[in-house]
Design a protein around this ligand. Structure first.
Ligand SMILES: NC(=O)C[C@H](N)C(=O)O
Length: 331
């Protein structure tokens, strides 16, 4: 049987990191090792697929900008159109991996497998996790079973949908969790699937990376008991078209902040209530705050950083809060 042809797009991160000693699992420099060296470090990849590398960026993922997202998305889209490419793996820092995976899941128009992968330890560390994570990512990108499932993330032997997955701890290799569970597992280069994504993705969305050159400016302000309107107002003055409120509990808003958000909404800024609750925030419309009355939006189960991604993409299509709310329920 012909082997699948998989391209590894490298963007940096800890999976390309290097430390001074094998004891350095947390102290190291990210984005140091070029993609060809990463591939050469796992010779067994060639048992899974015909693999070639392409270095897109060499950065730590905390420095990913909207422009990086657009550039990467267009590169993936162009590769996915090539007849000699069957699957795509993106190596990425773990800090904002969940944002990039969700962005690609919204805007790519392909059924071919696209898998985002990172590592929690640099390749120079004891028990480095990058080698196996990369091997697993290529295994997923090379299998037809991964086609049509949207953008996937492989970490710690698990297959997650890019829509749900989030980094939940920063000093363990079992860092990535989905509140509704993983889609499957990878064991010794074979994939085992248990469920499929329920939300609209890739070819099923109304967004298209080929028609997207800029994302809407959206900022996130954190909710807490003693919060003031200062950050919200500053973000709005800075040009934000939407503010993601990383609210307490069910996206609740402290009394001192509510009038400022009503005022900003009156000036055209979208107010989107999400939850700072880790691993299971779920904001219900018109609970805690009268969203219908204020013309606010709820982020549903999307965490604040994923809500920023959807709002940044959605606001290129609409300025209507009801339309925005529809999208937050569908994606
Ligand atoms: N584990 C990692 O990849 C963390 C790193 N700061 C990054 O996101 O690039």
């Amino acid at each position: 049987e012909d082997k699948a042809r998989v391209v590894i797009l490298a963007t940096g991160g800890t999976i390309a990191g290097a430390g001074a000693s094998v004891a350095n699992s947390a102290t190291y420099q990210a984005a140091k090792v070029p993609v060809d060296k990463l591939i050469a470090g796992v010779p067994e990849l060639k048992n899974l697929a015909d693999v070639r590398g392409d270095q897109v960026f060499q950065i730590a993922s905390e420095s990913f900008t909207n422009e990086h997202l657009i550039t990467l998305g267009k590169r993936v889209a162009a590769l996915a159109r090539q007849a000699d490419v069957d699957g795509i793996v993106i190596t990425h820092g773990t800090d904002t991996l969940e944002e990039t995976a969700y962005f690609l899941n919204l805007v790519l128009k392909t059924d071919k497998p696209v898998v985002v992968v990172g590592s929690m330890r640099p390749g120079t560390a004891m028990s480095a996790d990058g080698m196996l994570n990369l091997y697993n990512a290529v295994a997923v990108a090379a299998t037809k079973d991964a086609a049509g499932k949207g953008v996937l993330v492989t970490m710690n032997d698990e297959i997650h949908t890019g829509r749900d997955v989030s980094k939940t701890v920063n000093i363990k290799t079992e860092a990535f969790k989905s509140p509704w569970g993983p889609l499957g597992m990878i064991v010794e280069g074979k994939t085992y699937w248990f469920r499929a994504p329920a939300k609209r993705h890739t070819t099923g969305t109304e967004f298209d990376i080929d028609k997207l050159d800029k994302l809407a400016p959206v900022d996130i302000a954190y909710g807490y008991g003693n919060a003031t309107p200062t950050a919200y107002k500053a973000f709005a003055e800075g040009g934000a078209r939407a503010l993601i409120h990383a609210g307490t509990g069910n996206g609740s808003v402290s009394g001192a902040v509510v009038p400022a958000l009503q005022e900003l909404r009156g000036k055209g800024v979208q107010i989107i209530r999400s939850s700072r609750v880790v691993g299971g925030g779920f904001v219900l419309r018109n609970a805690e705050q009268p969203d219908d009355k204020y013309d606010w939006v709820v982020a549903h189960d999307l965490n604040p950083q994923k809500a920023r991604i959807l709002a940044s993409v959605a606001l290129t299509k609409t300025s209507d809060a009801k339309e925005l709310q529809r999208m937050f329920m569908e994606y």
